[in-house]
Design a binder for this molecule. Structure first.
Ligand code: AMP
Length: 198
């Protein structure tokens, strides 16, 4: 993806409604990390009615995944733009094994250093999802997004576990406790990472 050396990519995994976007935004602001949310990028494209936005909207409104080729290209473009020595929180990507493979193939060697898996109980998830008021948060679409998550995205948990970079975060707790674990996981990975690349 032509991204700069010294880049550390943190992949955020977890079901819709687990709060990883909120957590990523807070952590990015607090620590000067970069928050790259593919859902936010797509929603901006939809709002601007770009070609990508018009295509993506057909999938998003139903709770389906936007095709891998479009997603890989969009993320690749953003990674090319980032400067070196930065931590990127990748929120919402990869969502399929094919996307994960594309990322591994194109990201700078060794840059994918950590994957944080946010885990929450089903009752906690449904109460969070219904409280958001997003266009794709109707009951029917939410149910479909959860199904897509379980079928297509959740295999990534064992995929990154096998690579030895997965850290699980208990997301049933309050925001502050989750932030503490989040920062700790990133900081300790960053320490080992600087020793290798630095
Ligand atoms: P999110 O805000 O991450 O829940 O994403 C909202 C919607 O954008 C998803 O339901 C998908 O339709 C689409 N989307 C976001 N990221 C991806 C991705 N990596 N692959 C495919 N579709 C995505």
């Amino acid at each position: 993806m032509g991204a700069a050396e010294g880049l550390m990519i943190v992949i955020l995994l977890g079901p819709p409604g687990v709060g990883k976007g909120t957590q990523a935004a807070i952590a990015a602001e607090a620590h000067g990390w970069l928050h790259l949310s593919t859902g936010d990028l797509l929603r901006a494209q939809v709002a601007q009615k770009t070609d990508l936005g018009l295509q993506a909207d057909q999938y998003m409104s139903k709770g389906d995944l936007v095709p891998d080729v479009l997603m890989v290209e969009m993320v690749a473009q953003h990674l090319t733009d980032v400067s070196s020595e930065v931590v990127i929180l990748l929120d919402g990507f990869p969502r399929t094994i094919a996307q994960a493979e594309a990322l591994s193939g194109k990201a700078p060697s060794g840059s994918i250093a950590l994957s944080l898996y946010f885990r929450a109980s089903n009752s906690e998830l449904s109460s969070r999802l219904t409280g958001r008021g997003r266009a794709d948060d109707t009951e029917e679409v939410v149910a479909h997004r959860l199904k897509v998550y379980h079928e297509t995205t959740s295999p990534l948990i064992s995929w990154y576990q096998e690579k030895g970079i997965l850290v699980e975060i208990d997301a049933n707790r309050d925001i502050a406790s989750i932030q503490t674990d989040f920062a700790h996981a990133v900081d300790s990975t960053l320490k080992g990472f600087s020793q290798i690349t630095g």
